[in-house]
Design a protein around this ligand. Structure first.
Ligand code: FES
Length: 248
């Protein structure tokens, strides 16, 4: 992993922002397409994009689909994530495109004019509330995952269940390594010996901090696993592949 990171750092400075633009644009187009045009699920597998499945009143216009009632939570969580903010500010707005001094002249606006979390971006300040809502979504994803190991009521391990398990582990790592999570579990305390359960909170804070060191990795890995599991479900749905049973 460290050799990959070292090789990545040797690439020209513009490779990272361009990669981010391509990856996030592709993810956004894919999310919108499935939510608007293909909102279904496949038997035991619920799409990880919009779990839990919810109902939709008939009087709503066609372009408001049931998954939209759920998808705003993970999308809002990622859009306001501190790591993704850094990534898309650099990639989409070139503000700045990189932190190397020699590319500063390529920044379209003077750093003095940086407007930070103002105008529409003030919404980024609600990130912690998206985190709280994400706890509910992650709980449902774990429920869905356990359910995939019991097709027709008895235990079995299938390729799909392993994919769902990997996905929920990565999404949990991404969610619980959040910077707002660090604040929630202990970062908001100046003195652990002054509060009830201070030692436990300190240990929890240190654990989340260790997870947080890899937050960008969890962000990209969980984005990839979301795509892979959803595409797998749609291939099953279309009858193009069958779900291999490994045990059971
Ligand atoms: S900082 Fe990335 S999810 Fe909270």
């Amino acid at each position: 992993m460290s050799s990959i990171a070292a090789a990545w750092r040797k690439l020209p400075w513009w490779v990272e922002p361009v990669t981010v633009v391509v990856a996030l644009t592709a993810f956004g187009i894919y999310s919108l397409t499935i939510v608007l045009l293909f909102p279904g699920t496949y038997e035991e597998y619920v799409s990880p994009f919009y779990s839990p499945p919810v109902g939709r009143p008939d009087w709503l216009p066609w372009f408001i689909t049931a998954p939209m009632f759920i998808l705003w939570i993970p999308l809002g969580f990622r859009a306001t994530c501190y790591y993704y903010r850094k990534a898309y500010y650099r990639a989409f707005f070139w503000d700045p495109p990189a932190c190397l001094a020699r590319v500063q002249e390529k920044e379209p606006r003077s750093p003095e004019n940086y407007r930070g979390e103002r105008a529409a971006f003030v919404l980024n300040n609600v990130h912690r509330y998206f985190l709280y809502a994400s706890f509910v979504v992650v709980a449902f994803l774990w429920y869905d995952t356990v359910f995939t190991f019991f097709p027709e009521g008895s235990f079995a391990i299938r390729v799909g269940s392993l994919l769902w398990l990997l996905n929920v582990v990565l999404i949990s790592a991404y969610t619980f390594s959040c910077h707002s999570m660090r604040h929630l579990v202990g970062g908001n305390k100046d003195c652990y010996t002054c509060v009830r359960g201070g030692n436990a909170r300190r240990k929890l804070y240190n654990g989340v901090t260790r997870l947080n060191l890899r937050h960008p990795h969890w962000a990209w890995l969980s984005l990839g696993s979301l795509l892979v599991t959803d595409i797998y479900m749609r291939l099953l749905q279309a009858g193009l592949i069958s779900d291999l049973t490994l045990i059971g």
